[in-house]
Design a protein around this ligand. Sequence first.
Ligand SMILES: *[C@@H]1O[C@H](CO)[C@@H](O)[C@H](O)[C@H]1NC(C)=O
Ligand SMILES: *[C@@H]1O[C@H](CO)[C@@H](O)[C@H](O)[C@H]1NC(C)=O
Ligand SMILES: *[C@@H]1O[C@H](CO)[C@@H](O)[C@H](O)[C@H]1NC(C)=O
Ligand SMILES: *[C@@H]1O[C@H](CO)[C@@H](O)[C@H](O)[C@H]1NC(C)=O
Ligand SMILES: *[C@@H]1O[C@H](CO)[C@@H](O)[C@H](O)[C@H]1NC(C)=O
Ligand SMILES: *[C@@H]1O[C@H](CO)[C@@H](O)[C@H](O)[C@H]1NC(C)=O
Length: 379
Amino acid sequence: MYLFRVCILIALFSPFVSTRAVPRAFPGLNTTLLRLVHDNAVNSSTESWEIGTLAEALTEAKWPRLSVFQSGSLPPPVILPWWENAHDVLAIAETVVSQKDNGSLPLTDGGGAVGDPASLGQAVLLRNWTRRDLTDTQYSTAAGGQLGYLLGVAPRAASGAISQRDDQVQLWADFVYMAPPFIAYFGALENIQALLQIAFDQIRLYRDALFDADVSLWRHVTMGSWEDSGHWATGNGWAAAGTMRVLATIKYSSFGSVMQSQQDDLAQWVDEILTGVWYYQQRNGTLLNYVDQPDSFADSASTALLAATTLRYSLLTSDTKHDAAALLALELIWNSIDEDGWLLNTVDPEAWTMPSSNGSHSPEGQSFVLLLAAAWAVY
Ligand SMILES: *[C@@H]1O[C@H](CO)[C@@H](O)[C@H](O)[C@H]1NC(C)=O
Ligand SMILES: *[C@@H]1O[C@H](CO)[C@@H](O)[C@H](O)[C@H]1NC(C)=O
Ligand SMILES: *[C@@H]1O[C@H](CO)[C@@H](O)[C@H](O)[C@H]1NC(C)=O
Ligand SMILES: *[C@@H]1O[C@H](CO)[C@@H](O)[C@H](O)[C@H]1NC(C)=O
Ligand SMILES: *[C@@H]1O[C@H](CO)[C@@H](O)[C@H](O)[C@H]1NC(C)=O
Ligand SMILES: *[C@@H]1O[C@H](CO)[C@@H](O)[C@H](O)[C@H]1NC(C)=O
């Protein structure tokens, strides 16, 4: 099954292979449809975090050997072969850096969000690492500026947690997917253990601030001028998925063997979120937008992200206790994609207490489906 699925993913995305020859990929989701999902993800992502998430989804789905979930991916090759050139991921880095304001440390304007621009950082680091012109330092400088901003400029809570907002100290679960994976990847490429430790510590501090042990779920936003103490499904997805990426980055870095206790903690913190969210899973496989509020609406986007994270968790730890829930969710997701390749029944990512209004879709939800397809392909 493994090879079969990998072939399908390759065939799906490769311009060199005809999709006509490919059998149906998954019940309810054929390769033609998955390509539409992909095109819609690319076409609809405009905000910094959406494009950063898209870059990660493209890496995992189309160039899996460059993804942190692949043993041997750290560091990546300095010369990418033509069949694995990550052209779309590198193009994102090129656009970001070419449009970057020279006076700014963050990679782009995050609209007041500290973490979001950093989600683009992994693509920029890959672009630097694989550049042909070794005298070209613009990508290295841009990535260094983004790191410097996170570590030295952004406001912090008394605990040391880096704020998700630039005008006040406020911690959002979303931050965990945006910044720590970039900090960890930077550390893995540059062989700086302290950066891997910082990525770990930031997740630890965020968990201290946001985890509710009684329901085993994360709250969404704490501190600052307002809070969202509800257990937002996508927030739990950002936290679990970002933690998984840092766990894999540490594991496959050159510090994997000397940072075992950190990996054990990270795995436990993913496990507890998965325990919390799937406990509240609905009969048909979906999660509700506020996981434990029965009157909340069904949200397929967070369901896809948490299913993808569950498959990654299972593959990396061999702990399979959440698999059945993820597979039920996967079936729901495949059945929630319309004939134009849009994921239906999503939360509005910019007004997260409401479903997407008629005719509008979730760009991040499109990327979450790609993350799920990528995890499923190796599961
Ligand atoms: C994506 O956008 C391009 C150009 O704007 C368009 O040609 C293409 O049809 C779009 N793809 C989808 C799937 O909407
Ligand atoms: C940044 O500086 C470079 C070189 O000085 C210049 O070519 C580029 O146009 C500048 N970019 C912006 C967005 O100002
Ligand atoms: C950019 O790549 C070079 C190797 O070509 C490496 O020495 C440098 O540290 C990289 N910069 C960053 C920020 O990763
Ligand atoms: C799944 O179940 C929930 C209620 O538990 C419902 O709101 C939602 O519409 C259902 N989704 C689908 C796709 O049937
Ligand atoms: C793929 O699925 C779509 C939507 O269900 C359908 O219209 C299309 O005919 C299917 N294509 C193939 C090759 O099965
Ligand atoms: C959205 O579409 C559904 C079904 O087509 C309809 O029942 C509902 O009233 C629409 N909602 C809005 C806000 O237009």
